[in-house]
Design a protein around this ligand. Structure first.
Ligand code: XUL
Ligand code: CO
Length: 444
Protein backbone atom coordinates (compact mmCIF):
# COMPACT_ATOMS: atom_id res chain seq x y z
CA UNK A 1 0.00 0.00 0.00
CA UNK A 2 1.43 3.41 -0.88
CA UNK A 3 0.71 6.48 1.18
CA UNK A 4 -0.42 9.99 0.58
CA UNK A 5 2.66 12.01 1.52
CA UNK A 6 3.55 12.48 -2.08
CA UNK A 7 2.15 15.31 -3.97
CA UNK A 8 3.68 15.24 -7.44
CA UNK A 9 2.09 14.03 -10.66
CA UNK A 10 3.98 10.81 -10.44
CA UNK A 11 4.94 8.58 -7.57
CA UNK A 12 8.56 7.53 -7.87
CA UNK A 13 8.69 5.20 -4.87
CA UNK A 14 5.31 3.42 -5.04
CA UNK A 15 6.59 0.34 -3.22
CA UNK A 16 7.96 2.25 -0.25
CA UNK A 17 5.74 3.35 2.60
CA UNK A 18 6.47 6.10 5.08
CA UNK A 19 9.42 4.92 7.15
CA UNK A 20 8.42 4.24 10.74
CA UNK A 21 10.09 3.53 14.06
CA UNK A 22 9.89 -0.18 14.87
CA UNK A 23 12.45 -0.42 17.67
CA UNK A 24 15.78 -2.23 18.11
CA UNK A 25 14.16 -5.65 17.70
CA UNK A 26 13.05 -4.95 14.12
CA UNK A 27 14.82 -6.58 11.18
CA UNK A 28 13.00 -4.45 8.62
CA UNK A 29 15.67 -2.57 6.63
CA UNK A 30 13.09 0.10 5.83
CA UNK A 31 12.26 0.93 9.45
CA UNK A 32 14.06 2.94 12.14
CA UNK A 33 15.43 0.89 15.01
CA UNK A 34 16.74 3.75 17.17
CA UNK A 35 15.45 7.00 15.66
CA UNK A 36 12.11 7.68 17.28
CA UNK A 37 11.48 11.28 16.21
CA UNK A 38 9.31 12.34 19.12
CA UNK A 39 11.34 10.61 21.84
CA UNK A 40 12.69 13.21 24.23
CA UNK A 41 16.39 12.90 25.04
CA UNK A 42 18.05 15.47 27.27
CA UNK A 43 14.97 17.70 27.15
CA UNK A 44 14.63 17.74 23.34
CA UNK A 45 12.77 15.64 20.80
CA UNK A 46 15.14 13.65 18.63
CA UNK A 47 13.88 15.37 15.48
CA UNK A 48 14.59 18.83 16.95
CA UNK A 49 18.02 17.82 18.11
CA UNK A 50 19.20 16.35 14.81
CA UNK A 51 17.33 18.42 12.20
CA UNK A 52 18.20 15.85 9.52
CA UNK A 53 18.46 16.98 5.93
CA UNK A 54 18.62 15.35 2.47
CA UNK A 55 21.41 16.50 0.13
CA UNK A 56 19.72 17.09 -3.23
CA UNK A 57 22.96 16.72 -5.21
CA UNK A 58 23.86 13.22 -4.09
CA UNK A 59 20.52 11.60 -3.39
CA UNK A 60 18.43 13.11 -6.16
CA UNK A 61 20.96 14.21 -8.81
CA UNK A 62 23.74 11.65 -8.24
CA UNK A 63 23.63 8.82 -10.74
CA UNK A 64 26.71 6.82 -9.81
CA UNK A 65 29.20 8.51 -12.15
CA UNK A 66 32.86 8.26 -11.17
CA UNK A 67 36.16 9.21 -12.88
CA UNK A 68 36.21 5.88 -14.67
CA UNK A 69 32.64 5.25 -15.65
CA UNK A 70 29.20 6.65 -16.44
CA UNK A 71 25.84 6.43 -14.67
CA UNK A 72 24.89 3.20 -12.97
CA UNK A 73 21.72 4.48 -11.25
CA UNK A 74 18.77 4.53 -13.59
CA UNK A 75 16.46 6.81 -11.67
CA UNK A 76 13.31 7.62 -13.54
CA UNK A 77 13.38 11.27 -12.47
CA UNK A 78 16.71 11.78 -14.28
CA UNK A 79 15.51 10.53 -17.66
CA UNK A 80 13.62 13.36 -19.33
CA UNK A 81 15.80 14.93 -22.07
CA UNK A 82 14.32 18.42 -21.45
CA UNK A 83 16.38 19.99 -18.62
CA UNK A 84 13.47 21.98 -17.12
CA UNK A 85 11.13 18.98 -17.16
CA UNK A 86 13.94 16.96 -15.58
CA UNK A 87 14.25 19.64 -12.87
CA UNK A 88 10.51 19.33 -12.14
CA UNK A 89 10.77 15.54 -12.01
CA UNK A 90 13.70 15.79 -9.60
CA UNK A 91 11.70 18.13 -7.39
CA UNK A 92 8.81 15.66 -7.25
CA UNK A 93 11.19 12.82 -6.41
CA UNK A 94 13.03 14.91 -3.78
CA UNK A 95 9.87 15.81 -1.88
CA UNK A 96 8.39 12.33 -2.12
CA UNK A 97 11.66 10.87 -0.83
CA UNK A 98 12.13 13.40 1.98
CA UNK A 99 8.52 13.09 3.15
CA UNK A 100 8.52 9.29 3.13
CA UNK A 101 11.73 9.30 5.14
CA UNK A 102 10.19 11.81 7.56
CA UNK A 103 13.08 14.25 7.35
CA UNK A 104 12.38 17.87 8.10
CA UNK A 105 14.95 19.51 5.80
CA UNK A 106 16.70 19.50 2.45
CA UNK A 107 19.71 21.35 1.03
CA UNK A 108 20.62 22.20 -2.57
CA UNK A 109 23.00 23.97 -4.91
CA UNK A 110 21.34 26.35 -7.36
CA UNK A 111 22.25 24.02 -10.24
CA UNK A 112 20.73 20.99 -8.50
CA UNK A 113 17.38 22.74 -8.39
CA UNK A 114 17.43 24.38 -11.85
CA UNK A 115 19.61 23.92 -14.92
CA UNK A 116 22.14 26.52 -16.06
CA UNK A 117 20.67 28.52 -18.98
CA UNK A 118 22.18 30.20 -22.05
CA UNK A 119 23.38 33.17 -20.01
CA UNK A 120 23.03 34.72 -16.53
CA UNK A 121 19.48 36.00 -17.14
CA UNK A 122 18.34 32.67 -18.52
CA UNK A 123 19.85 30.78 -15.59
CA UNK A 124 18.11 33.16 -13.17
CA UNK A 125 14.82 32.65 -14.97
CA UNK A 126 15.15 28.86 -14.59
CA UNK A 127 16.03 29.22 -10.92
CA UNK A 128 13.11 31.57 -10.24
CA UNK A 129 10.68 29.19 -11.88
CA UNK A 130 11.95 26.24 -9.86
CA UNK A 131 11.98 28.33 -6.67
CA UNK A 132 8.23 28.90 -7.03
CA UNK A 133 7.62 25.19 -7.54
CA UNK A 134 9.87 24.32 -4.58
CA UNK A 135 7.96 26.80 -2.42
CA UNK A 136 4.69 25.05 -3.28
CA UNK A 137 6.24 21.70 -2.42
CA UNK A 138 7.53 23.04 0.92
CA UNK A 139 4.10 24.40 1.79
CA UNK A 140 2.35 21.15 0.89
CA UNK A 141 4.79 18.87 2.70
CA UNK A 142 6.11 20.92 5.62
CA UNK A 143 9.69 20.10 4.55
CA UNK A 144 11.98 23.12 5.02
CA UNK A 145 15.24 24.39 3.58
CA UNK A 146 18.22 23.95 5.92
CA UNK A 147 20.54 25.75 3.53
CA UNK A 148 21.01 26.81 -0.04
CA UNK A 149 24.28 27.34 -1.88
CA UNK A 150 25.66 28.17 -5.32
CA UNK A 151 27.66 25.67 -7.33
CA UNK A 152 30.80 27.68 -8.08
CA UNK A 153 32.93 24.70 -9.02
CA UNK A 154 31.41 22.59 -11.84
CA UNK A 155 31.31 25.01 -14.77
CA UNK A 156 34.58 25.35 -16.78
CA UNK A 157 34.59 29.13 -16.17
CA UNK A 158 35.56 28.40 -12.55
CA UNK A 159 38.59 26.28 -13.40
CA UNK A 160 40.92 28.95 -11.92
CA UNK A 161 38.64 29.74 -8.99
CA UNK A 162 35.39 31.64 -8.45
CA UNK A 163 35.79 34.43 -5.84
CA UNK A 164 39.58 33.92 -6.01
CA UNK A 165 39.81 33.84 -9.80
CA UNK A 166 42.55 36.10 -11.24
CA UNK A 167 39.95 37.48 -13.71
CA UNK A 168 37.44 40.01 -12.29
CA UNK A 169 34.93 38.91 -14.95
CA UNK A 170 34.80 35.42 -13.48
CA UNK A 171 34.53 36.89 -9.97
CA UNK A 172 31.60 38.99 -11.23
CA UNK A 173 29.97 35.92 -12.75
CA UNK A 174 30.29 34.10 -9.43
CA UNK A 175 28.71 37.13 -7.74
CA UNK A 176 25.75 37.02 -10.12
CA UNK A 177 25.25 33.36 -9.30
CA UNK A 178 25.51 33.90 -5.53
CA UNK A 179 23.10 36.86 -5.72
CA UNK A 180 20.44 34.67 -7.36
CA UNK A 181 21.11 31.71 -5.04
CA UNK A 182 20.84 33.97 -1.99
CA UNK A 183 17.55 35.42 -3.20
CA UNK A 184 16.20 31.91 -3.78
CA UNK A 185 17.32 30.87 -0.29
CA UNK A 186 15.54 33.88 1.22
CA UNK A 187 12.39 33.15 -0.77
CA UNK A 188 12.37 29.55 0.44
CA UNK A 189 12.96 30.56 4.06
CA UNK A 190 16.39 28.89 4.15
CA UNK A 191 17.81 28.92 7.67
CA UNK A 192 21.45 29.04 6.56
CA UNK A 193 23.48 29.75 3.43
CA UNK A 194 26.66 27.80 2.65
CA UNK A 195 29.89 28.69 0.87
CA UNK A 196 32.06 25.74 0.00
CA UNK A 197 35.14 26.89 -1.91
CA UNK A 198 36.06 23.84 -3.94
CA UNK A 199 37.95 25.92 -6.51
CA UNK A 200 39.12 28.59 -4.05
CA UNK A 201 42.72 27.48 -3.76
CA UNK A 202 45.74 26.99 -5.95
CA UNK A 203 47.76 24.37 -7.82
CA UNK A 204 51.12 26.13 -7.91
CA UNK A 205 52.46 29.17 -6.10
CA UNK A 206 54.51 29.91 -9.24
CA UNK A 207 51.47 31.59 -10.80
CA UNK A 208 49.58 32.59 -7.64
CA UNK A 209 49.32 35.76 -5.53
CA UNK A 210 47.94 34.05 -2.47
CA UNK A 211 47.30 37.16 -0.35
CA UNK A 212 45.47 38.88 -3.19
CA UNK A 213 43.26 35.83 -3.70
CA UNK A 214 42.38 35.48 -0.01
CA UNK A 215 41.68 39.25 0.22
CA UNK A 216 39.34 38.83 -2.75
CA UNK A 217 37.60 35.89 -1.08
CA UNK A 218 36.96 37.97 2.05
CA UNK A 219 35.72 40.93 -0.02
CA UNK A 220 33.41 38.66 -2.00
CA UNK A 221 31.95 37.13 1.17
CA UNK A 222 31.43 40.55 2.78
CA UNK A 223 29.54 41.75 -0.31
CA UNK A 224 27.48 38.54 -0.39
CA UNK A 225 26.66 39.06 3.29
CA UNK A 226 25.58 42.64 2.61
CA UNK A 227 23.35 41.58 -0.26
CA UNK A 228 21.88 38.69 1.71
CA UNK A 229 21.00 40.94 4.64
CA UNK A 230 19.50 43.54 2.27
CA UNK A 231 17.41 40.79 0.66
CA UNK A 232 16.07 39.82 4.11
CA UNK A 233 18.26 36.84 4.98
CA UNK A 234 18.23 36.51 8.76
CA UNK A 235 20.01 33.17 9.01
CA UNK A 236 23.66 32.25 9.34
CA UNK A 237 26.21 32.22 6.55
CA UNK A 238 28.35 29.12 6.75
CA UNK A 239 31.78 28.33 5.38
CA UNK A 240 32.51 24.66 4.75
CA UNK A 241 36.18 23.79 5.14
CA UNK A 242 37.95 21.15 3.07
CA UNK A 243 41.71 20.86 2.67
CA UNK A 244 41.87 19.76 -0.97
CA UNK A 245 39.88 18.23 -3.84
CA UNK A 246 39.22 19.59 -6.37
CA UNK A 247 41.80 22.33 -5.63
CA UNK A 248 45.22 21.00 -4.66
CA UNK A 249 45.38 23.39 -1.72
CA UNK A 250 42.08 24.88 -0.62
CA UNK A 251 42.15 28.13 1.37
CA UNK A 252 39.41 26.99 3.78
CA UNK A 253 41.66 24.10 4.82
CA UNK A 254 40.07 23.16 8.15
CA UNK A 255 38.07 24.67 11.01
CA UNK A 256 41.06 26.47 12.50
CA UNK A 257 42.00 28.00 9.14
CA UNK A 258 38.42 29.24 8.73
CA UNK A 259 38.33 30.68 12.25
CA UNK A 260 41.55 32.58 11.59
CA UNK A 261 40.20 33.80 8.23
CA UNK A 262 36.85 34.96 9.64
CA UNK A 263 38.51 36.78 12.54
CA UNK A 264 41.20 38.40 10.38
CA UNK A 265 38.59 39.88 8.08
CA UNK A 266 35.95 40.72 10.72
CA UNK A 267 33.37 38.27 9.36
CA UNK A 268 32.81 36.24 12.53
CA UNK A 269 29.51 37.90 13.49
CA UNK A 270 27.70 36.73 10.36
CA UNK A 271 29.54 33.55 9.42
CA UNK A 272 29.87 30.22 11.16
CA UNK A 273 31.21 26.87 10.04
CA UNK A 274 29.62 23.88 8.31
CA UNK A 275 31.76 20.86 9.19
CA UNK A 276 31.91 17.68 7.13
CA UNK A 277 33.33 14.44 8.50
CA UNK A 278 35.15 13.32 5.35
CA UNK A 279 36.66 16.81 4.95
CA UNK A 280 37.90 16.61 8.55
CA UNK A 281 39.56 13.26 7.94
CA UNK A 282 41.18 14.54 4.72
CA UNK A 283 42.68 17.33 6.85
CA UNK A 284 44.07 14.77 9.31
CA UNK A 285 41.46 15.47 12.01
CA UNK A 286 38.53 13.63 13.48
CA UNK A 287 34.99 14.96 13.05
CA UNK A 288 34.82 15.35 16.85
CA UNK A 289 38.00 17.46 16.86
CA UNK A 290 36.65 19.82 14.21
CA UNK A 291 33.27 20.15 15.96
CA UNK A 292 34.93 20.88 19.30
CA UNK A 293 37.26 23.44 17.69
CA UNK A 294 34.35 25.32 16.12
CA UNK A 295 32.25 25.12 19.29
CA UNK A 296 35.11 26.51 21.39
CA UNK A 297 35.29 29.50 19.06
CA UNK A 298 31.51 30.01 19.19
CA UNK A 299 31.40 29.30 15.45
CA UNK A 300 29.75 25.89 15.22
CA UNK A 301 27.11 26.23 12.50
CA UNK A 302 25.97 22.97 10.98
CA UNK A 303 27.18 19.50 9.98
CA UNK A 304 27.55 17.62 6.70
CA UNK A 305 27.37 14.05 7.94
CA UNK A 306 29.18 11.28 6.07
CA UNK A 307 32.35 9.27 6.49
CA UNK A 308 35.44 8.45 4.46
CA UNK A 309 37.09 5.13 3.84
CA UNK A 310 40.25 4.70 5.94
CA UNK A 311 41.91 2.92 3.01
CA UNK A 312 41.21 5.62 0.40
CA UNK A 313 42.79 9.04 0.42
CA UNK A 314 39.87 10.85 -1.17
CA UNK A 315 36.42 12.15 -0.39
CA UNK A 316 34.33 8.98 -0.70
CA UNK A 317 31.24 10.57 0.92
CA UNK A 318 29.92 7.33 2.39
CA UNK A 319 26.89 7.20 4.62
CA UNK A 320 28.03 7.30 8.24
CA UNK A 321 27.80 3.88 9.84
CA UNK A 322 30.65 4.07 12.33
CA UNK A 323 28.93 3.89 15.70
CA UNK A 324 32.06 4.73 17.65
CA UNK A 325 32.46 8.00 15.72
CA UNK A 326 28.76 8.74 16.24
CA UNK A 327 29.15 8.34 20.00
CA UNK A 328 32.19 10.62 20.05
CA UNK A 329 30.49 13.39 18.09
CA UNK A 330 27.31 13.13 20.15
CA UNK A 331 29.35 13.51 23.36
CA UNK A 332 30.89 16.67 21.92
CA UNK A 333 27.55 18.01 20.70
CA UNK A 334 25.74 17.29 23.97
CA UNK A 335 28.49 18.94 25.98
CA UNK A 336 28.33 22.00 23.75
CA UNK A 337 24.58 22.56 23.67
CA UNK A 338 23.74 21.05 20.25
CA UNK A 339 23.53 22.56 16.80
CA UNK A 340 21.21 25.55 17.27
CA UNK A 341 19.96 26.67 13.86
CA UNK A 342 22.19 24.15 12.10
CA UNK A 343 21.33 20.58 11.31
CA UNK A 344 22.71 17.30 10.06
CA UNK A 345 22.79 17.17 6.29
CA UNK A 346 23.61 13.81 4.72
CA UNK A 347 26.26 14.92 2.25
CA UNK A 348 26.73 11.28 1.31
CA UNK A 349 26.10 9.06 -1.66
CA UNK A 350 25.17 5.41 -2.01
CA UNK A 351 27.92 3.36 -3.63
CA UNK A 352 28.05 3.24 -7.41
CA UNK A 353 26.95 -0.38 -7.31
CA UNK A 354 24.01 0.25 -4.94
CA UNK A 355 21.52 0.45 -7.76
CA UNK A 356 18.19 -0.54 -6.20
CA UNK A 357 15.73 2.26 -5.63
CA UNK A 358 15.37 1.28 -1.98
CA UNK A 359 19.13 1.69 -1.42
CA UNK A 360 18.85 5.46 -0.96
CA UNK A 361 16.28 4.86 1.80
CA UNK A 362 18.33 2.13 3.45
CA UNK A 363 21.43 4.36 3.38
CA UNK A 364 19.70 7.28 5.11
CA UNK A 365 18.07 4.97 7.67
CA UNK A 366 21.50 3.47 8.38
CA UNK A 367 23.01 6.87 9.21
CA UNK A 368 19.98 8.21 11.05
CA UNK A 369 19.90 5.12 13.27
CA UNK A 370 23.67 5.24 13.81
CA UNK A 371 23.37 8.83 15.06
CA UNK A 372 20.27 8.15 17.15
CA UNK A 373 21.98 5.18 18.79
CA UNK A 374 25.09 7.33 19.25
CA UNK A 375 22.93 9.92 20.99
CA UNK A 376 21.42 7.37 23.38
CA UNK A 377 24.82 5.91 24.21
CA UNK A 378 26.43 9.33 24.66
CA UNK A 379 23.57 10.42 26.94
CA UNK A 380 24.07 7.33 29.10
CA UNK A 381 27.82 7.90 29.28
CA UNK A 382 27.34 11.50 30.39
CA UNK A 383 24.53 10.73 32.84
CA UNK A 384 25.41 7.30 34.22
CA UNK A 385 29.20 7.12 34.31
CA UNK A 386 31.89 9.15 36.01
CA UNK A 387 33.22 10.29 32.60
CA UNK A 388 32.58 14.00 33.21
CA UNK A 389 33.99 13.79 36.74
CA UNK A 390 37.14 12.16 35.47
CA UNK A 391 37.68 14.95 32.94
CA UNK A 392 37.00 17.57 35.61
CA UNK A 393 39.40 15.92 38.03
CA UNK A 394 42.19 16.00 35.43
CA UNK A 395 42.11 19.79 35.61
CA UNK A 396 41.44 19.93 39.36
CA UNK A 397 44.74 21.70 40.10
CA UNK A 398 43.34 24.79 38.38
CA UNK A 399 40.73 25.01 41.15
CA UNK A 400 43.49 25.63 43.70
CA UNK A 401 44.60 29.16 44.64
CA UNK A 402 47.59 28.99 42.30
CA UNK A 403 45.58 27.52 39.44
CA UNK A 404 42.87 30.17 39.75
CA UNK A 405 45.42 32.98 39.94
CA UNK A 406 47.14 31.66 36.78
CA UNK A 407 43.86 31.49 34.83
CA UNK A 408 42.99 35.03 35.95
CA UNK A 409 46.34 36.27 34.61
CA UNK A 410 47.54 37.20 38.09
CA UNK A 411 50.76 35.19 38.11
CA UNK A 412 53.91 36.45 36.45
CA UNK A 413 56.44 34.03 35.02
CA UNK A 414 58.73 34.64 38.06
CA UNK A 415 55.88 33.78 40.43
CA UNK A 416 55.18 30.56 38.52
CA UNK A 417 58.88 29.75 38.79
CA UNK A 418 58.68 30.28 42.59
CA UNK A 419 55.69 27.92 42.82
CA UNK A 420 57.69 25.32 40.90
CA UNK A 421 60.64 25.69 43.26
CA UNK A 422 58.49 25.38 46.39
CA UNK A 423 56.41 22.45 45.22
CA UNK A 424 59.28 20.38 43.79
CA UNK A 425 59.00 17.77 41.05
CA UNK A 426 55.31 17.34 40.11
CA UNK A 427 53.59 13.99 40.57
CA UNK A 428 53.20 11.93 37.39
CA UNK A 429 49.43 11.95 37.08
CA UNK A 430 48.01 9.33 34.73
CA UNK A 431 45.99 10.58 31.74
CA UNK A 432 43.82 7.41 32.07
CA UNK A 433 43.25 7.14 28.31
CA UNK A 434 42.43 3.43 28.46
CA UNK A 435 39.99 4.04 31.30
CA UNK A 436 38.16 6.63 29.19
CA UNK A 437 38.10 4.22 26.27
CA UNK A 438 36.77 1.43 28.46
CA UNK A 439 33.92 3.64 29.68
CA UNK A 440 32.84 4.28 26.09
CA UNK A 441 32.97 0.56 25.25
CA UNK A 442 31.04 -0.33 28.40
CA UNK A 443 28.03 1.61 27.07
CA UNK A 444 28.28 0.58 23.40
C1 XUL B 1 31.99 18.84 -1.55
C2 XUL B 1 30.93 19.24 -0.63
C3 XUL B 1 29.87 20.13 -1.16
C4 XUL B 1 29.35 21.13 -0.20
C5 XUL B 1 28.36 22.10 -0.79
O1 XUL B 1 32.96 18.01 -1.00
O2 XUL B 1 30.92 18.83 0.51
O3 XUL B 1 28.85 19.33 -1.67
O4 XUL B 1 28.75 20.52 0.89
O5 XUL B 1 28.83 22.75 -1.90
CO1 CO C 1 29.60 19.07 2.13
Amino acid sequence: MSISVTIGDQEYFPDIEKVRYEGPGSDNPLAFKYYDENRVVGGKKMKDLFRFSVAYWHTICGAGVDQFGSETHQYQWLRNPDPMQRARDKLDAAFEFTSKLGMAYYCFHDRDLAPEGEDIKDSEKNLRKMTQLALNKQNESGVRLLWGTANLFSHPRYMNGAATNPDIHVVAHAAAQVKAALETTVELGGENYVFWGGREGYSTLLNTEMKKEIDHLAMFLAKARDHGRKAGFKGTFLIEPKPMEPAKHQYDYDVNAVIAFLKSYGLEDDFKINIENNHATLAGHTFAHEIQTAADAGLLGSLDVNQGDPHCGWDTDEFLYNLYDAVEIMIVLLRNGGLGAGGMNFDAKVRRSSTDLEDIFIAHILSIDTLARGLLIATDILEKSDYLDLVKRRYGSFDTTAGRAFEAGKLKLEQLAEIAECSGEPLRTSGKQELFESIINRFL
